[in-house]
Design a protein around this ligand. Structure first.
Ligand code: MG
Length: 258
């Protein structure tokens, strides 16, 4: 009689365990989300190259995605050579033909090996994350030779100019390529022009975090306090800085609107 009793007992225990497991699975299902399914894109085979859904802003073909900021009906007058282009000093800033709101941006830049000058007059350029106006209007992520070039720290490479000091100095020496990967969340405005939500920036320089979701205080200004001016989608602009140092180069620029 012992054997059937044992069998019955083990069967009961087994069924209880199964019921418990089923109940757990039902509980777990309540927190599963199956939609919306993220879109499928193909990753680049080479790190830093664009994924399949990126908009190519420059890959060596030409500067057709860029125009002069002074006169947006005119082509960007900077100098292309192979898969690189260089600032043509004195011709003014250039900006994207298209406008953007929130995005992920990849851009590479190189200070020439023969760079001269000091502080802000040594390889100065900039990525205006949203640009307005013909000059330096917008929000500038600084480009500068900060490898071995002391300057005010809220104006070195990786800074949101005059607003946020970079978290690290990870600049490569002149002659080598530096890489920015940037996430830009554009500001939103109320109908009366007041700020609804300020802009935010996350930026990596050479794969190191230099800006961690910082809040932008307004348009970049050289003198005084920044302030916002209402705008919608805007181009991205590159700076032709007025200093006399040797011109810097850019390559491999792509963007993913978010
Ligand atoms: Mg600059």
């Amino acid at each position: 009689m012992n054997l059937p009793k044992l069998l019955l007992s083990s069967l009961m225990t087994g069924s209880l365990l199964t019921a418990g497991a089923q109940s757990q699975a039902e509980q777990a299902k309540k927190t599963e989300v199956w939609e919306p399914v993220p879109k499928v894109i193909t990753a680049a085979t080479v790190p830093g190259y664009p994924p399949s859904d990126a908009i190519i802003l420059f890959n060596g073909d030409s500067l057709t995605q860029w125009v002069s900021s002074k006169d947006t009906t005119k082509a960007a007058g900077w100098i292309t050579s192979g898969d690189v282009f260089k600032v043509k000093k004195g011709t003014g800033n250039i900006q994207t033909r298209r406008s953007f709101m929130d995005y992920q941006l990849h851009i590479e830049w190189r200070i020439p090996a023969d760079i001269k000058g000091t502080s802000q007059s040594r390889g100065n350029s900039g990525v205006f994350l949203a640009s307005y106006g013909t000059g330096d209007g917008g929000y500038e992520l600084q480009v500068l030779d900060s490898y071995n070039n002391p300057t005010y720290v809220n104006g070195q490479a990786g800074s949101i100019y005059k607003q946020h000091i970079p978290l690290a100095n990870v600049n490569r020496p002149p002659g080598q390529w530096n890489v920015y990967d940037i996430v830009w969340i554009a500001p939103r405005f109320n109908a009366d022009g007041s700020v609804k939500t300020p802009a935010r920036v996350t930026a990596f320089l050479n794969n190191v975090l230099v800006q961690n979701n910082v809040e932008v205080q307004g348009e970049t200004v050289w003198i005084g306090k920044p302030a916002y001016i209402k705008h919608g989608p805007t181009p991205i602009k590159l700076q032709d800085h007025g200093d006399p140092s040797e011109p810097i180069s850019f390559k491999n620029i792509w963007i993913r609107p978010l």
